[in-house]
Ligand binder design. Structure first.
Ligand code: CTP
Ligand code: MG
Length: 228
């Protein structure tokens, strides 16, 4: 089944502290946004892409899309001050007849066709699914530096994007969250909140989000490894 993708790219990259937002950072000469868009542009099942950018970078984004001739980028819309608002703005312009929508962070450029197709296959059946990987570290809950509890790791997952949903479900979830002024930490949490079960699909430890400068080192290593 075909899908549409919403790509939020309207953040400021404060934790990266690179002086530019994360999608413009170059890894081995390729801007992060190019690495991310290339995957969806080339993915057979992707029918259209909605790119969400900050108001002041919209022109830069339009020029970028034109330079690299991304034929699947159908709309570039301004985002909001929170990621959730940016995604909501993107969802508003996805055509009504799109059945499935993937939401994928621009700052997560190492997503593969294989994982997209695993996710899509699952979402056709379940309506809501996310890529995630088992947490590797032991996780403790603490108040200041006093440990309160060691959490059973066997049930913990680190959740990634893409997250995939039936369009009607995720739109309802975002509308309800906006009406309630509820801010979740990902899109799936909004869907959980309206009573849908979200399924986990095994992700990939290489599908990292570029968040702090350490991630750039790992990102370059992933690209070098792929170049063989
Ligand atoms: N994003 C967005 N609109 C926002 C905030 C974030 O579209 N108001 C996007 C980012 O551009 C990024 C993705 O959501 O592709 C994941 O967010 P995050 O990693 O938090 O990126 P930033 O918000 O840019 O980084 P930081 O939180 O460190 O400022
Ligand atoms: Mg952020």
């Amino acid at each position: 089944m075909n899908y549409w993708t919403v790509i939020p790219a309207a953040g400021q990259g404060k934790r990266m502290n690179a002086g530019i937002s994360k999608q413009w950072i170059e890894l081995l000469g390729s801007p992060v946004l190019k690495l991310t868009l290339d995957v969806f542009e080339k993915d057979q099942a992707c029918s259209g892409i909605v790119l969400v950018g900050s108001e002041r970078e919209l022109k830069q984004m339009q020029d970028f899309v034109q330079t690299f001739q991304y034929t699947k980028v159908r709309q570039i819309v301004p985002g909001g001050s929170e990621r959730q608002q940016s995604v909501f703005e993107g969802l508003k312009v996805v055509p009504e007849d799109a059945e499935l929508v993937l939401i994928h962070d621009a700052a997560r450029p190492f997503i593969t066709h294989h994982h997209i197709s695993q996710l899509v296959e699952n979402t056709i059946e379940t309506g809501s699914a996310v890529l995630a990987v088992p947490v590797k570290d032991t996780v403790k809950r603490a108040i200041q530096n006093q440990v309160e509890e060691t959490i059973d790791r066997s049930s913990l997952w680190a959740v990634q994007t893409p997250q995939a949903f039936r369009l009607s479900i995720v739109k309802e979830a975002h509308e309800k969250a906006a009406a309630d002024h509820y801010l979740g930490t990902d899109d799936a949490s909004l869907v959980e909140r309206i009573g849908h079960t979200v399924t986990i699909v095994m992700g990939d430890y290489h599908n990292i989000k570029l968040t702090t400068s350490d991630d750039l080192l790992f990102g370059q290593a992933i690209l070098l490894d792929r170049q063989g």
